[in-house]
Design a protein around this ligand. Structure first.
Ligand code: CA
Length: 229
């Protein structure tokens, strides 16, 4: 499957096409979207190996996109932007981006930095797409939850993402605000109250013990997690 599947979020379409053409010659598969809403549609449709995000976008600021993407996954993120202020850089790195490149960029440099960002994550974990908690296994690419007996539990995308974030938090509590970030994709903000409703639905569908309320903070996974081989 080549060097990896990467999505470019960029409203300057001619720039995006130039970069995509160059990266495709180097055996990357590239999708291009021009807004935050379209990014989340794509992220719901497939798993990506890396993201290249512009900060100045028509619908949402790229920094907000970075925050929301990070809340749900450790996918490598490169910010590619015209903004060269140190404040923007610091925020992005605090949010966990892998690299920050100020335009104009030479496609050759972008390719090398993209390869480095992707390699770092591949070294860290081979199996981060699947995680096991208690008697169920979560599969990120398929957005499915399967019980030990093979029964598939039907979850909505928001329910799945909530459970996924909790399962991947090493037993630590996750605040309601962080869960809101993780599940509010392209369309408008999700309320804190909506998170509580999602949690009660998850408990009903899976097990009351699956999610524990941590008072004044949020929630944590009630089962220890292990990565599936
Ligand atoms: Ca832009």
């Amino acid at each position: 499957m080549g060097n990896g599947q990467v999505i470019i979020v960029e409203d300057d379409i001619s720039l995006a096409r130039i970069l995509a053409a160059y990266l495709e010659k180097s055996d990357f598969s590239i999708d291009i979207v021009s807004s935050g809403a379209d990014l989340f549609k794509s992220l719901d449709a497939r798993a990506y190996d890396g993201l290249i995000i512009d900060l100045g976008l028509p619908d949402q600021d790229g920094i907000v996109l970075v925050r929301k993407v990070r809340a749900r996954s450790q996918v490598p993120i490169i910010v590619l932007t015209g903004r060269d202020r140190i404040e923007d850089k610091l925020i992005c790195f605090e949010l966990g981006v892998d690299d920050y490149i100020v335009k104009p960029v030479d496609p050759r440099e972008l390719k090398v930095r993209l390869q480095l960002a992707l390699r770092r994550v591949q070294d860290k974990s081979q199996n981060s797409e699947r995680i096991r908690i208690g008697p169920v296994t979560l599969d990120y690419a398929r957005r499915s939850v399967v019980k030990d007996k093979g029964e598939v539990i039907d979850l909505t995308p928001a329910e799945f993402m909530t459970l996924w974030v909790l399962a991947n938090s090493d037993g630590k509590a996750v605040s309601r605000d962080d869960l809101v970030d993780a599940i509010s994709a392209g369309d408008g903000p999700v309320s804190v109250r909506a998170v509580d409703i999602l949690i009660s639905r998850l408990r009903k569908k899976i097990d009351k013990k699956a999610i524990i309320t941590v008072s004044k903070v949020g929630y944590r996974c009630g089962w220890e997690a292990s990565e599936e081989i």
